[in-house]
Design a protein. Structure first.
Length: 318
């Protein structure tokens, strides 16, 4: 999907569109810098809190930290490139390093998104097990969690490996651009098949599964009753803890969906219908910016919904 972003960034807006280059540069530069600062600080702090606080070393926090670390990839590889293209519409680095960066600038952000989606699914599965089967061993234990986290990265890199093959530096109108060569490498309809597969398996199916799991969790929490008077307080405390964790988990899922769904719809419309009018390009730019804010929103959600993360932040500051 970021291939569409790459095409836009390489200056394919038609001259007939009523663009205001100065306003666009100022607005995007401010937005990118704000997202970069908030995301870098927030995600780094989330990782440090989980690493340093023993009571935070639980599967859900490991998975949140996994998302935080994956969100750092776009900051390092994409945002400097986005800002540079606003002022210099050409790839600056040639040779082997330039070729490597051309591939990584598309590969790693897609890996980051895939890791985040898998982490959201695992969080939902973990919450499902904790609420629906509270007396059984957890579906995702602290010992199993590191292996699952490693699996999210392996699957994400395997899924997006084609980007490492198809993206290459090429000279276009006297300047270097990072361009894809799907037809030359994999055949005429390769990208359509690949895009459809990724859209179904890593967008539609995961969120359907997540929605089903959280609906089941909601009704389970609603119907739960404590078995006796002596265990009323204990049961209520456990349910309240589950509800607090559940609120944060659902907020993270909703934040991800709100940020990425408009951009996914936009990419699908262009992919399926080939629409690329001026008004559609305005919409594309806005949805692109919204999608990129997700890496800054996740840490904010954690601090808003979790007292443990707020206390961890206070400890670090003090």
């Amino acid at each position: 999907m970021l291939e569409k972003v790459n095409t836009t960034m390489n200056g394919t807006q038609p001259s007939s569109c009523d663009w205001n280059p100065t306003a666009e540069k100022i607005g995007k530069t401010f937005a990118y810098c704000l997202i970069f600062i908030v995301s870098l600080a927030g995600n780094t702090i989330i990782g440090i809190i989980v690493y340093k606080t023993k009571t935070m070393r639980k599967p859900i926090n490991f998975l949140i930290a996994n998302m935080a670390m994956s969100d750092l990839l776009p900051l390092i590889f994409v945002f400097p490139y986005l800002i540079q293209l606003l002022y210099i519409d050409s790839w600056l680095i040639d040779g082997l390093l330039g070729q490597a960066l051309c591939k990584l600038v598309v590969f790693l952000p897609n890996v980051s998104t895939a890791v985040s989606i898998q982490s959201l699914v695992l969080i939902a599965v973990g919450r499902f097990g904790a609420v629906v089967f509270p007396l059984r061993p957890p579906l995702i234990s602290s010992k199993l969690c590191p292996f699952l986290i490693l699996a999210t990265w392996i699957v994400a890199m395997a899924l997006h490996f084609p980007y490492l093959v198809v993206f290459k530096l090429a000279e276009y109108q006297g300047r270097l651009v990072c361009h894809s060569h799907w037809k030359e490498v994999f055949g005429k309809n390769a990208y359509k098949s690949y895009f459809s597969f990724v859209l179904v398996t890593f967008a539609f199916m995961p969120f359907v599964l997540i929605a089903i799991l959280y609906i089941i969790i909601f009704f389970e929490l609603k119907s739960q009753r404590s078995p006796g008077e002596q265990s009323v307080n204990v049961g209520q405390q456990r349910q309240q803890r589950e509800r607090n964790v559940l609120k944060m988990a659902i907020a993270i899922v909703l934040g991800f969906a709100v940020c990425w769904l408009p951009f996914a719809i936009c990419g699908f419309i262009k992919f399926a219908l080939g629409i690329w009018s001026c008004s559609f390009q305005y919409y594309f730019i806005v949805t692109q910016l919204i999608a990129q804010t997700n890496c800054a929103i996740n840490p904010c959600i954690c601090f808003i919904f979790s007292r443990n993360y707020r206390e961890g932040l206070k400890t670090l500051v003090s």
